[in-house]
Design a protein around this ligand. Structure first.
Ligand code: SF4
Length: 75
């Protein structure tokens, strides 16, 4: 799993950083997302998916090249 962020779409709402601060932070300049760990460990996959779903602007996306990984249920 690889996390991608479109900074043109990010509105700095901070839901990602609130949901998963181990992986997401916000720029001190403009509040846009900073990805601390773009390829997080498998045990964080469900939390990463939740953070991506909660993003109000659709700025975050996942590149899941592993089919088994993408079949994991969402909590
Ligand atoms: S939740 Fe979405 S819009 Fe908000 S800071 Fe994170 S990426 Fe940006």
């Amino acid at each position: 799993m690889k996390i991608k962020a479109d900074l043109e779409r990010c509105v700095g709402a901070g839901m990602c950083a609130l949901t998963l601060p181990q992986v997401f932070d916000q720029s001190e300049d403009d509040g846009t997302v900073e990805i601390l760990d773009p390829e997080p460990p498998a045990e964080l996959a469900a939390a990463v998916r939740r953070a991506v779903q909660l993003c109000p602007s659709g700025a975050l996306s996942l590149d899941t090249t592993d089919a088994a990984e993408s079949a994991e249920p969402i909590e």
